[in-house]
Design a binder for this molecule. Structure first.
Ligand SMILES: NC(=O)c1ccc[n+]([C@@H]2O[C@H](COP(=O)([O-])OP(=O)(O)OC[C@H]3O[C@@H](n4cnc5c(N)ncnc54)[C@H](OP(=O)(O)O)[C@@H]3O)[C@@H](O)[C@H]2O)c1
Length: 220
């Protein structure tokens, strides 16, 4: 399976790209500038020699040619970027991982974006795409270290059953992560806002926490 990552040159996009490519997937790291994406892909391959054979840097437009596309831009760039590329995303599963957070004093607080969540705004920006929300609670820092074991659940929400199952499959491709169907896009506002709680915990306890649900039965 091929994965395109819009805004794939930031900490979240590069970490996800490395994990997915290390799992054997073809990953197209997208950027507004091709040279930036190529540089990021080259430095990831240099950091993890021989472990990311399917990773390359491309423009965001080219990244939309992948079978599944992840939006990893800052929250305020997610819907505008998706809207600009909406025709290329028609019929595709598009995963939004953006959290609308704002620094207030010493802490990051959750904003209530227009339409309630960035995931819903992304779906409305590309109405022909099958949008899902996922990866909101996975800290880039832990994800970026390929030798650091992961152990977390990733909440997946969508209004499209096909997007939910494809996104859960994507999450499950990363060892140590489990995708969990968290319902429709109406869950996205709570999922995104909860990231502010986790970031606060991370700052307070100097950790990189994520979430793991109890009561769901054995993990695969
Ligand atoms: N960092 C984390 O631990 C983490 C964890 C979970 C979820 N997230 C979410 O993942 C997303 C990415 O996080 P990040 O820390 O990697 O973000 P970031 O570094 O601020 O941005 C990622 C990339 O997006 C592109 N970009 C910047 N501004 C843009 C705009 N206005 N429009 C379009 N593209 C723009 C840039 O790439 P080019 O200049 O190359 O185009 C940048 O490298 C965020 O929405 C965040 O809430 C982050």
């Amino acid at each position: 399976m091929s994965i395109g990552i819009l805004g794939g040159t930031g900490p979240a996009g590069t970490a996800l790209a490395a994990r997915l490519a290390a799992s054997g997937l073809e990953v197209h790291v997208g950027s507004r500038e091709r040279t930036r994406a190529e540089g990021v892909a080259a430095s990831l391959r240099e950091r993890w020699p021989g472990r990311l054979p399917g990773l390359r840097g491309v423009t965001n437009e080219e990244a939309c040619g992948a079978e599944l596309v992840v939006v990893a831009t800052p929250w305020n760039g997610a819907a505008p970027t998706t809207a600009r590329l909406a025709s290329a995303l028609e019929g595709k599963v598009v995963v939004s991982m953006a959290n609308a957070l704002e620094k207030v004093g010493d802490e990051l607080q959750a904003l209530v974006p227009a339409r309630g969540s960035i995931t819903v705004a992304v779906q409305q920006a590309a109405p022909g795409a099958l949008v899902a929300g996922a990866f909101h609670h996975v800290p880039a820092r832990g994800l970026a270290h390929l030798d650091e074991p992961l152990d977390g659940d990733v909440l997946v929400c969508s209004d499209h059953a096909e997007a939910t199952s494809a996104t859960i499959e994507l999450v499950d491709a990363i060892p140590g992560l489990r995708g969990v169907d968290a319902g429709s896009l109406s869950a996205a506002s709570a999922i995104e806002a909860f990231t502010a709680v986790l970031v606060g915990i991370n700052v307070r306890h100097r950790v990189h926490s994520s979430i793991r649900l109890t009561g769901l039965g054995a993990r695969p």
